[in-house]
Each structure stands twice: as C-alpha cells, then as structure tokens.
Design a protein around this ligand. Structure first.
Ligand code: ITT
Length: 199
C-alpha cells in the first residue's frame, strides 16, 4: 500500500518520514511523481492542507498526506501565519524570511517576543474524499535576536524552546518531533491511520 507525501519541503519530508515508519505502508515523497505546484489560495492552514492533499491525490491516484504549517508571532498580530513560507516575497529563502522577521521585531523587548508554530496535517483517501482526516498541533516559544543552530528548517534557528534552553535548530530530529507542532499532529494522525489501515 502506498501513500504520497504531498510536500515539496525537504525539512517536512524528513520529519514526517521519521514518525510515519511504524505504519505498514509505503510513504512515497511527491518528488517521485510529476506533481506541479498548486496555488495555496486558502486563508487557513486547514484549507491549504486540503488543497495540497487533494491535488496530489488527483495527480497520483494515491491517498495523500499534506502538511500546512507556519509561525504566528503575537507582537505581529499572528503574522506571518499562513504566509510563513513567502513572508519576504514569493521566491524568499528561509534566511530571507528570518531576516525580515528579526527586522520586524527589532524594537520588541524579550518579554514580548512570544510566538507559536502551527501545523495541520490532512489525510485524503482520494481527491474526492468527503471526510478527510484533519489533525493539528501547536508549539509555543519565543523569537530570539540572533540565529543559533543548523538543524531543522524555516524559522528554527530563531525559535527559542524554553524547556530545552536552545533553539529548535539545536534539537535533533527526534527531540524536535517529540515537542513540535508537527510531531503532535503526527502522533494523532498515526493513531487514526493505524486503526483505519488495519481494516
Ligand atoms: P509545501 O507547501 O510544499 O509543503 P512549504 O514550505 O511551502 O512546503 P507551507 O506553505 O506550509 O509549506 O509553509 C510553511 C512554512 O512555515 C515553512 O516554509 C517554514 O518557513 C515555516 N515552518 C513550518 N514548520 C516549521 C518548522 O517545524 N520549523 C521551522 N519553520 C517552520
């Protein structure tokens, strides 16, 4: 049995693959198929995850899992939110986005730099699935003034994890998955999928 992982983000593929190994299915990254990018026109993580999962399921004819996620910063009224990947523009790199974020928070004192990562995972059995499985996770932290660490992806180098006294880019993949928004959503999805795939 095969499920396509509907993401073009290698950081997500790496984290998701690690936790999905217990499932008795073959998780195939979207890069192994010809899946063109689809415009993420939704205004919520749920809408965008459904758009991506439906698109991949339609093109491959396989069930699909998609991840829509982002960073919501309190002092910025929840921005960049669903626009996290394109915060500094359409072709922005992770580093451009971090520069923009640190600039926007330049004058914000340490006690007011709270943020959270959000993740929605969607599983669609087919492109027409009327009851997709939807799981969510949330991870609280604060935004540092400088980058530290080189693991992970996206905003990890500036996301301070109080419990570990380091940024999320200084955690191993397993440590990050045990705490993160994506890890939490994935734990829930794993429970639901393992029951469903037994039948
Ligand atoms: P796909 O749509 O192909 O999955 P994407 O990177 O465009 O890849 P999103 O639209 O969901 O995905 O954007 C998510 C962005 O949020 C991502 O590019 C990072 O900048 C940020 N982000 C999400 N999860 C993160 C994490 O665990 N660590 C750091 N940054 C994260």
């Amino acid at each position: 049995r095969k499920i396509v992982l509907a993401t073009g983000n290698q950081g997500k593929v790496s984290e998701l693959s690690q936790l999905l190994t217990p499932l008795a299915v073959n998780i195939v990254p979207q890069s192994e198929f010809d899946v063109p990018e689809v415009p993420e026109t939704g205004t919520t993580f749920v809408e965008n995850a459904i758009i991506k999962a439906r698109h991949a399921a339609k093109i491959t004819g396989l069930p699909a899992i998609a991840d829509d996620s982002g960073l919501a910063v309190n002092a910025l009224g929840g921005a960049p939110g669903v626009y996290s990947a394109r915060y500094a523009g359409n072709n922005a790199t992770d580093s451009d986005n971090i520069d923009k974020l640190l600039g926007a928070l330049k004058d914000i004192e340490p006690a007011k730099r709270q943020a959270r990562f959000l993740c929605v995972l969607v599983y669609m059995r087919s492109s027409e699935d009327p009851t997709p499985i939807i799981c969510q996770g949330e991870w609280h932290g604060t935004i540092t003034h400088e980058r530290s660490g080189d693991s992970g992806f996206g905003y990890d180098p500036v996301f301070w994890v109080e419990q570990k006294q380091c940024t999320s880019a200084q955690l191993s993949k397993a440590q990050k998955n045990a705490l993160s928004h994506r890890g939490q959503a994935l734990q829930q999805l794993l429970v639901k999928l393992s029951t469903e795939l037994e039948h």
